[in-house]
Design a protein around this ligand. Structure first.
Ligand code: AHR
Length: 500
């Protein structure tokens, strides 16, 4: 097949907020322990942080990091994780049925974030706790000095406040699996009161209220409406969470997963704006897509990896990603960019070992999963603003999402540097596509970079034994003439072009 893409530099969707390239570190499995933190590892620093992992996180280009959960946060007592390490209690984490040693807490994690150059996005526990614990944590984290909890932070070795701007009001409170889960009405009231109290301390905080845990939730849409009826005036973002996987060998449907993400975004925007309009509010709620990824959840649920034992940092949710998974991830990221007028923060869930782009072995290597590549390249190249991108493509029929375009494409342009980028996904499982991109309005005369992720085997993966089986390859077919790019995209592939 052939396809055509038109870019118009003047048709801007919105500036791209760097927070769209966020990620997520949860106290879950080996994400923190044996992931970012492993005292005794040959690359560990004085804090016990693996510097090989820090280097990969920097290369990944993640920005804001959500912490410390996830389902974990709904049973978490933040006080356990600060102060002298030898006095910190070991607690049961009911969410993942494991033991939490609290050897890494807020102050250590904030130091780790500085190494990676990331912003902290902190979640408070609204599952088993409430307003008082949230206010205490806010005082400990952000108050400069001269109060009981800010002085405690200083005594613990952190003289400067963390100055955390983004706060999540609990996690997935619509899910029956959540410790202390609630009805939309109960949660909406609690979130509104917690948000109001937090803003009494600091009116400029950016607060994220829990939306739905997936577009398939029975309460999807209605949950957002009810919660926002309560919390609209006090919050700034509503969260969205979505995970995708191939089911039943239906690769075609899986490759079109971005259509569900688009439906999710459209529905939440419409619902939030409906609530805003009914209130005659000029304020617009933004979307924080603060959990998104590929996750082979069905297989994990069928396994006994979250068993009856109480273990420290067990191997849980350690998905090994294929080329096809990476192509879908690249397409999901393009979908977030396409909606950057309303999705102004997002977190790839998660960062290390747990459904993650980076894997580690205790005492051994750290390496890149297939999904690492589209994320890192997009974070590096998608600068400036996202452009309305007109795609003319053949379509195919999917069992899950109906009709889907064989080609997905998104362009970006950075006025400051005068460079553009185009991201392309070929969803065909069998055929290459020759694509022309009319980029004349960008004023580009050369292709600075053209890389493709593809493989003869769409299920090829990087593993401990074969860490570089899959990687990016230059796309030698890409050429530009009079501002029009021609490029050949192999089946099941993700491509990025940088135009200068
Ligand atoms: O990211 C893994 C889990 O997925 C998170 O803890 C939870 O919020 C979601 O269900």
């Amino acid at each position: 097949p052939t396809a055509h893409v038109e870019l118009d530099r003047r048709s801007v969707i919105a500036p791209i907020n760097r927070r769209l390239f966020g990620s997520f570190v949860e106290h879950l499995g080996r994400c923190v322990y044996d992931g970012i933190y492993e005292p005794g590892h040959p690359t560990a620093d004085a804090d016990g942080f693996r510097r090989d992992v820090v280097d990969l996180v920097k290369e990944l280009g993640s920005t804001t990091i959500r912490y410390p959960g996830g389902n974990f946060v709904s049973g978490f007592r933040w006080e356990d994780s600060v102060g002298p390490r030898d006095k910190r209690p070991v607690r049961r984490d009911l969410a993942w049925h494991s033991l939490e040693t609290n050897q890494v807490g807020l102050d250590e994690f904030a130091r780790w974030l500085k190494l990676t150059g990331s912003e902290l996005m902190l979640a408070v526990n609204l599952g088993t706790r409430g307003i008082e614990a949230a206010l205490d944590l806010l005082e400990y984290a952000n108050h400069p000095s001269g109060t009981a909890l800010s002085d405690e932070r200083i005594a613990n070795g952190t003289p400067e406040p963390h100055d955390i701007r983004m706060w999540c009001l609990g996690n997935e409170m619509d899910g029956p699996w959540q410790t202390g889960y609630m009805t939309a009405d109960d949660y909406g009231k609690l979130a509104a009161r917690t948000a109001a109290a937090m803003k009494m301390a600091d009116k400029d905080l950016e607060l994220v209220v829990c939306g739905s845990s997936g577009s398939g939730m029975p309460t999807f849409g209605e949950w957002e409406r009810v919660v926002l009826e309560h919390a609209y005036d006090n919050v700034d973002y509503v969260s969205c969470h979505a995970y995708y996987q191939e089911r039943g060998g239906d690769l075609g449907s899986f490759l079109a997963s971005a259509l569900d993400m688009q439906y999710f975004i459209d529905t939440v925007v419409a619902t939030a704006d409906h609530v805003g309009d009914r209130r005659k509010s000029k304020k617009r709620i933004m979307l924080s897509f603060d959990e998104w990824n590929i996750w082979y959840l069905d297989e994990h649920q069928a396994s006994d990896e979250v068993g009856d034992q109480w273990r420290v940092a067990p191997r849980q949710l350690e998905d090994v990603y294929s080329v096809a998974d990476a192509v879908v991830l690249g397409d999901l990221l393009m979908t977030l960019l396409r909606n950057c007028d309303r999705v102004t923060a997002a977190s790839l869930a998660q960062l290390v070992n747990v459904i993650a782009p980076i894997m580690t072995e205790p005492g051994g290597d750290a390496w890149r999963q297939t999904t690492f590549f589209p994320f890192s390249v997009t974070s590096r190249l998608a600068r400036g603003a996202a452009l309305q991108t007109r795609v003319t493509s053949e379509t195919y029929e999917t069992a899950v999402h109906g009709e889907a375009a064989l080609l997905d494409a998104l362009g970006t342009f950075d006025d400051e540097t005068g460079t553009g980028a185009v991201f392309l996904v070929n969803r065909s499982t069998t055929e290459s596509q020759t694509v022309t991109v009319d980029a004349r309005s960008l004023g580009a005369s050369r292709i600075a970079e053209a890389v493709t992720l593809a493989d003869a085997d769409p299920y090829a993966k990087n593993t401990l034994a074969d860490q570089n089986r899959v990687g990016l390859a230059p796309n030698a077919s890409a050429e530009i003439a009079d501002g029009v790019v021609t490029v050949v995209l192999p089946p099941v592939s993700w491509t990025a072009l940088s135009l200068a």
